[in-house]
Design a protein around this ligand. Structure first.
Ligand code: GLU
Length: 448
């Protein structure tokens, strides 16, 4: 069978077998559309059904999460854990708590995670999980009871050598704490390496909180350097105002750039003085309030409930909110305003149409599975520290993170050059480099 026909057959099977999972189909399409040159060089991967096996999760868990709210009413959510690939190590990937979570979204995230994790060069497989639970507006007690119920089911599937969850949207240090406490109580083990993203005081790694945002900026810095640019004096917009966005802003400022805007689901703020990170953290992390509170507190800022940060003139855009937030019109506006580089801090924030437009316009584009790999890479560093019952200094951990990001960037370029002659094609480079590492391990491990 020729390679294109093989890829199309796998693709058709995914669409037929998983109807209605739009985001999963999108993520699969994006990867498969890069793989032809790799499979032409490796016909053995076609013969052993590597692509077909990779598109089918090793295990998919969906479960009921019942809990009682502050009024004494019973609530029922749906929990998921998709154990996608263990070819390179224990399943690894975050948990997302958000009302939009469904099977297709968790599968898209798990699928992306396989290649992202492979690109880091560390020993971690791919997985993802979550629930359609909305932590917003819930008391700490409600969040705790939800997390305890979630872990009461999940504990039988996870473990430091089996499956290691972490945070994602809606899951931060508070949730990881409650999840860990319940796991410890049920298993009667202080198994530090079962979850990552723990607070530094009891088994967490320095720089894990900052890692995804910092890593995205390092990746953008590497891309810019290939054209003789850097962040100094550059105007930057960031979407989102969660963990990834906050630390992307911090690192851009440290490198001499100016972040003039960020957003949340209610709208966006513009502050021509540069976003005041301490104020933003206070509003989003302590008060857990909406972004309009920033403009109320700071006279130089304005809040807008309409439009997006991409309407603003900028040199660099860092989408750090959520999937498919940056569409065709946003890409057109960014290109018109002369954007130099776009690096995805979130998972799949740019639609395929937007990515195509960046490609055609020659805008440097860093796809999430490469650009945001710093978070999970630092999770793998946390696992190493837990296994050794050790804790490294912040500087030590951050310099390892920076080295991983430089390496991910170099791998993407070398692979893109080798397979397409175009080193700037980071989409093709990341997909093929990640795929080859996983495919090689799968080949060696037989048909499992
Ligand atoms: N949720 C993050 C991601 O999308 C981090 C996962 C982890 O640290 O395991 O990569």
């Amino acid at each position: 069978m020729n390679v294109s026909a093989h890829i199309e057959a796998v693709h058709a099977q995914v669409r037929r077998r998983d109807p209605g999972e739009a985001e999963f189909h999108q993520a699969v399409t994006e990867v498969l559309s890069s793989l032809t040159p790799a499979l032409e060089r490796h016909p053995e991967y076609v013969e052993t059904g590597i692509v077909e096996r990779l598109c089918e999760p090793e295990r998919q868990l969906a479960f009921r999460v019942p809990w009682v709210d502050d009024h004494g009413d019973v609530r029922v959510n749906r929990g998921f854990r998709i154990e996608f690939s263990s070819a390179l190590g224990p399943y690894k990937g975050g948990l997302r708590f958000h009302p939009s979570v469904n099977l297709g979204i968790v599968k898209f995230l798990g699928f992306e995670q396989i290649f992202k994790n492979a690109l880091t060069g560390m020993s971690i497989g791919g997985g993802k999980g979550g629930a359609d639970f909305d932590p917003r507006g819930r008391s700490d007690g409600e969040v705790m009871r939800f997390c305890q119920s979630f872990m009461t089911e999940l504990h039988r599937h996870v473990g430091e050598r089996t499956d290691v969850p972490a945070g994602d949207i809606g899951v931060g240090a508070r949730e990881i704490g409650y999840l860990f406490g319940q796991y410890k109580r049920i298993t009667n083990r202080f198994e530090a390496g079962v979850l990552t993203g723990k607070p530094v005081a009891w088994g967490g790694s320095h720089a894990r909180t900052e890692a995804t945002g910092y890593g995205t900026v390092y990746f953008a810095q590497e891309m810019l350097a290939t054209r003789g640019h850097d962040f100094e004096g550059r105007r930057v917009v960031v979407s989102g105002s969660g963990n990834v966005a906050l630390y992307a802003i911090e690192k851009v400022h440290a490198l001499g750039g100016l972040v003039v805007a960020c957003s949340d689901s209610s709208g966006y703020i513009v502050d021509e003085d540069g976003i005041d990170l301490e104020l933003l953290k206070e509003i989003k992390e302590v008060r857990r309030a909406r972004l309009s509170a920033y403009a109320e507190a700071k006279p130089t800022a304005r809040f807008s409930a309409r439009g997006t940060v991409y309407d603003l003139r900028c040199d660099i855009a860092l989408p750090c909110a959520t999937q498919n937030e940056l569409g065709r019109e946003d890409a057109v506006a960014l290109i018109k305003n002369g954007v130099l580089a776009v690096a995805e801090g979130a998972n799949m924030p740019c639609t395929p149409e937007a990515v195509q437009l960046f490609h055609e316009a020659g805008v440097l584009f860093g796809p999430g599975k490469a650009a945001n790999a710093g978070g999970v890479a630092t999770s793998a560093l946390e696992m190493q520290q837990n296994a050794a019952r050790d804790q490294w200094a912040f500087e030590e951990t951050e310099s390892r993170l920076a080295a991983v990001m430089r390496n991910v960037h170099a791998q993407c370029r070398q692979t893109a050059e080798e397979y397409s002659g175009t080193p700037d094609d980071y989409v093709l480079g990341s997909n093929i480099a990640g795929f080859l590492r996983v495919a090689d391990a799968m080949s060696a491990q037989g048909i499992v």
